[in-house]
Design a binder for this molecule. Structure first.
Ligand code: RUQ
Ligand code: CUA
Ligand code: CA
Length: 641
């Protein structure tokens, strides 16, 4: 059978998809060979998604009015630098949690509290206002999500944000030193030495771009000075604990269930600083970190620092880690420019997708540990399968029943394959049929995740596929198309496409988990805010020279002050406490012409600081519909000349 027949279920739809293929990506696909199995005849043609009548989960995505979803989805918000919260299976967007980029609804980047989290320059303005968030993951306990935190990255400015999952708000952002292109992110799942710590205390962060260290501009033409770093951030303090200097560039990150190993797949072990150089080698690596050894080296003082950063950096390069018995790192060879590394829910394997190779690589973690212990002579023997699945494999999800689901970017397909069968096939049993099913998706999928996929509780119900192109799937809205998040039922042998959902670019990664794993609080307590005004009688204007503090409370449908007076040139800090205790009773506060708008949720306090530089009368009004007298809920700010 020709490669075409084996890999593409339908020539016509495949042609349509092919027009999207980036020629540069194709150029790198020279070595692609045929797949070992036939596509299933039931694969859904791209152009028409037939009704799923008769299937158990038909209409699963359609919830009756008032019915609640059974899963939460946390989605990276892409360029909007926020985290999207979805309800699944409906796919409804419930919330957006601003992190890296200002947000006009909640006043993120406007209030003093959010600016402090985001980071400001000496003049008080925001240090950064753009972001590119790719990956999001949540904290673990006993191998499952514990509902404490989620993290999200900003690739552009090298920042990691933490989300509190009790309030669904961002509470800390850390900028990682010595790196560029912060990409993969994964919390650990246990401590490598203390078995009592079976929950997340570290977050590992991979840097994609190698830069000269220190990056002063002096060494631009010295490729040997370029390095990437793998970073460990403390999950509680959000301080950077240490970094590991490595060869190659980090893409995604994965952690083992016993906490002993973290890994990152690498597409540029060539250390190329030019595009072509990054694709010159036939193989790259999945780089493993022996977490206990790395931390022992830090403790023993075997580190350097770079530039202004005080963060200890240990040496994880190939050259310094040849001896398995002392090595901090292990570079497991995988095919050309891999993309994505994912941990299987049985805790046994990490799976790298081939990207420029039509393969997936299964690495057995016990064997990697054996190598570190001197019990496995050849590190390559940790690879227990390297099998063909289709063109452009990028990311992998799991169903908890031994099957993996890998996105095939170039084929615009999902391939479902059985991990044990792949291992048998690789070991020589050519009768082992490891590909179970194929499903066309619309189009060019990048990330994939399934319900509870990267936890011990993987339940194999739903799978979301992040398609990078939507082409003809939605009403045209001009040149910028939405992306298409597709929901797939994976509860049976065959994958069944359930729904298309448009999303604003570019969301990248996401996780899906059972709704009872988080217990969101819907009303704050006044004591959480040191600036809270607990009694409306304490409202008023306090002046100390040019510095003026305005204290105010909100209680539907009025602010505690009917007016307040300022003088031109005052530096004003306005503190607003929402004394309403009722769930969902949020007020807003906008000051026209002063570029101020923010909200206060029940029992929340927020503050803004501005210079009263424009004399006049300004109607500060409530921007959040709260009451029949919402429009009347205003106060006069009078700035005297
Ligand atoms: S990487 S589309 Cu930034 Cu998430 Cu694979
Ligand atoms: Cu308060 Cu609207
Ligand atoms: Ca490469």
């Amino acid at each position: 059978m020709s490669q075409d027949q084996q890999l593409k279920p339908k020539a016509a739809s495949a042609m349509g998809r092919r027009t999207f293929i980036n020629t540069a990506a194709l150029a790198g696909l020279g070595g692609v060979v045929a797949c070992t199995d036939k596509p299933t005849s039931a694969a859904t043609p791209a152009a028409s998604t037939p009704a799923i009548a008769g299937h158990a989960s038909a209409n699963a995505t359609h919830l009756k009015p008032g019915e609640l979803d059974t899963y939460y989805g946390l989605w990276s918000g892409g360029h909007t630098g926020d985290m999207r919260v979805l309800g699944l299976p409906s796919g409804r967007e419930l919330h957006r949690i601003p992190c890296f980029v200002p947000d006009a609804l909640v006043g993120w980047g406007i209030t003093n509290e959010s600016k402090k989290i985001m980071g400001t320059k000496a003049d008080g303005s925001l240090k950064y206002t753009v972001a590119d968030s790719h990956h999001t993951h949540a904290s673990y306990k006993d191998g499952n999500y514990d509902g404490r935190y989620a993290w999200i990255n900003d690739k552009i400015n090298g920042r990691i944000a933490r989300i509190r999952l009790d309030y669904f708000t961002c509470d800390k952002i850390t900028e990682i030193p010595n790196i560029q292109g912060f990409h993969g992110i994964f919390p650990d799942k246990a401590d490598p030495v203390d078995p009592a710590i079976n929950y997340t205390t570290r977050v590992f962060c991979g840097a994609e771009f190698a830069i000269p260290l220190p990056n002063t501009g002096a060494d631009a033409d010295k490729p040997e000075k370029y390095h990437s770093l793998f970073t460990c951030v403390d999950a509680e303090s959000m301080e950077v604990r240490y970094q590991v200097l490595i060869d190659g560039n980090c893409d995604l990150t994965a952690t083992s269930y016993d906490g002993k190993l973290a890994a990152t797949n690498q597409y540029n072990t060539e250390m190329g600083v030019k595009y072509e150089d990054m694709m010159s080698a036939e193989r790259d690596a999945c780089l493993f970190f022996n977490v206990a050894r790395v931390e022992a080296a830090v403790k023993a003082g075997k580190f350097k620092t770079y530039g202004d950063s005080k963060v200890p950096v240990v040496d994880g390069t190939r050259e310094a880690n040849k001896d398995a018995k002392t090595a901090l790192t292990a570079y497991v060879s995988v095919p050309k420019n891999p993309h994505g590394v994912n941990a299987s829910p049985d805790a046994k394997y990490f799976i790298c997708a081939g990207k420029l190779s039509p393969t997936v690589t299964v690495i057995e973690l016990a064997k990697v540990l054996d190598w570190f212990d001197g019990k496995l002579e050849k590190l390559d023997a940790a690879v227990v399968a390297e099998v063909e699945v289709g063109l452009g494999p990028l990311h992998t999800a799991f169903d908890g029943r031994g099957n993996a689901y890998t996105t095939l970017f170039l084929d615009s397909q999902m391939v479902k394959w059985n991990v044990d069968a792949a291992i048998k096939f690789h070991a020589g049993d050519k009768t082992a049929k490891y590909v179970v099913d194929r499903l066309d998706v619309q189009y060019q999928p990048g990330h994939v995740n399934a319900s509870q996929s990267e936890t011990r509780a993987a339940d194999g119900k739903y799978m979301a596929v992040g398609c990078k192109f939507s082409k003809d799937r939605f009403l045209p809205v001009g040149p910028l198309h939405p992306e298409n998040e597709q929901l797939v039922d994976i509860s049976g042998d065959k994958m069944v496409l359930l729904a298309d959902h448009p999303v604003r670019g570019e969301p990248h990664d996401f996780i899906i988990f059972k709704r009872d794993l988080v217990r969101p609080k819907q009303v704050y307590t006044l004591d959480e805010f040191p600036l809270a005004t607990k009694d409306p009688k304490d409202s008023g204007v306090v002046r100390s020279g040019k510095k003026v503090t305005v204290r105010m409370t909100s209680q539907a449908p009025a602010f505690s002050l009917r007016e307040f007076k300022l003088k031109k040139g005052d530096e004003v800090t306005l503190i607003l406490t929402n004394l309403d205790k009722v769930e969902d009773l949020t007020h807003g506060f906008a000051i026209p012409k002063y570029n101020v708008n923010f909200i206060v949720n029940p029992q929340e306090t927020a503050s803004v600081t501005f210079i009263a530089d424009k004399p006049g009368v300004y109607w500060c009004y409530c921007t959040h519909f709260c009451h029949a007298l919402h429009l009347e809920m205003r106060t006069r700010m009078i700035v005297e000349a």
